[in-house]
Design a protein around this ligand. Structure first.
Ligand SMILES: *Cc1c(COP(=O)(O)O)cnc(C)c1O
Length: 367
């Protein structure tokens, strides 16, 4: 049996006529940039998500950068983000002119450890950027309390947590703003690059929209210099089609994750994901832990099962951050996880027999 790590094709096939129509309509109308489809997506997404403003942008990296820039974060400021994430979380802090400060993760949930936050806060700290990694919510109660005490912005990186919830509140609605990626492999994925900012703050929403559109809300009326970061018509059409299915697909992901749990929980040599109490984990990724991770991954690959590692090197130990002079000991939980985590194939279309096959092969490996 061959099981790819992600299978975008079977999803496309399940909605082909609807999707082909939507894309063809954009081409016939030559509505390539801007237009109804884009504003409809912003409206549809805000409604479905339960937020006042949705500002579509070019990708989920721009959205983080734009939020920070429009919050006035810049030179000399510090923003705290987890050691285990995708580089967008930290590179955008530098792009805004500020300095990324890394915090270790909680060993069982893989998200930023609030207990280690406070010792990193000083007079330069302006914001905390929690990343709801793999679809797992951070401990937002704790993080929000610390932010409030020190008067810091909380910017949620929701690139992996569409429709995740913490105490019945959706990801991105707890801090000042949420940043989404619609990269094709994300839970809600376009057919190219795409992203969005959500916020209930009117002023921040207007600033972000203006900045992403060359500093002008009305053509030729540039109130400031901005950047060009837009969702194009075709991506908006794709997302409008997919938005109709997203809640079911999210449920299917969650169901598939519990099937994995069922088939894997008796294998002593691995640890299955633990879900934080009172949260909804949207399972962008199903990440197990094993000491012999690399050998296990090779074995699965030989048996037709593709896996991945998110991420093989924690951010502070990447060559890009050599100048900060960190060592493994500075982020011990993150570093330990880095060498043991393994992401198994997980998508809404994954079948139970495929899940069983993956579990069987993991069992075989440890026999
Ligand atoms: C995917 C991702 C991003 C960036 O999104 P792009 O749309 O690829 O720019 C940011 N943060 C995290 C945690 C991500 O997984």
């Amino acid at each position: 049996m061959k099981i790819p790590f992600v299978d975008l094709k079977s999803q496309y096939e399940s909605i082909k006529p609807e999707m082909d129509n939507a894309i063809n309509r954009i081409i016939s109308n030559t509505a390539f940039i801007g237009g109804n489809e884009v504003s409809e997506f912003e409206e549809n997404f805000s409604k479905k998500y339960g937020v006042k403003h949705c500002i579509s942008v070019g990708n989920g990296t721009d959205s983080l950068y734009i939020i920070m820039k429009m919050l006035g974060i810049g030179n000399g400021d510090e923003v705290i983000t987890p050691a285990n994430s995708w580089i967008s979380s930290s590179e955008t802090i530098s792009q805004a002119g500020a300095n990324p400060v890394f915090v270790d993760i909680e060993p069982e949930y893989y998200t930023m450890d609030p207990d280690k936050l406070e010792s990193l806060i000083n007079e330069n700290t302006k914001a905390i950027m929690p990343v709801h990694l793999y679809g797992q919510m951070c401990d937002m109660d704790h993080i929000m309390a610390i932010a409030k005490k020190h008067n810091l912005f909380v910017i949620e990186d929701c690139a992996q947590s569409h429709f995740s919830e913490f105490n019945n509140q959706r990801a991105g609605l707890i801090g000042i703003a949420g940043s989404f990626s619609f990269y094709p492999g994300k839970n809600l994925g376009a057919y190219g690059d795409a992203g969005a900012i959500i916020t209930n703050d009117d002023e921040l929403a207007e600033k972000c929209r203006m900045y992403a559109r060359h500093g002008a809300l009305v053509k030729h009326e540039h109130k400031m210099e901005g950047i060009n970061s837009r969702l194009d018509g075709i991506q908006a059409a794709v997302l409008n089609v997919k938005l109709k299915h997203i809640l079911k697909w999210t449920d299917d992901r969650i169901n598939n994750a519990s099937k994995y749990d069922l088939h894997l929980r008796d294998i002593e040599e691995i640890r299955i994901p633990k879900i934080r109490p009172n949260t909804k984990h949207s399972f962008h990724l199903y990440v197990i832990r094993a000491e012999k991770r690399d050998k296990l991954a090779d074995f699965l690959n030989e048996n037709g099962i593709q896996t991945s590692v998110h991420y093989p090197t924690i951010l502070p130990l990447l060559p890009a951050y050599n100048h900060l002079g960190f060592s493994e000991k500075d982020f011990s939980n993150s570093f330990e996880a880095q060498n043991e985590i393994l992401s198994l194939p997980l998508y809404p279309e994954l079948q139970e027999e495929q899940i069983k096959y993956v579990a069987e092969k993991i069992c075989d490996f440890f026999k």
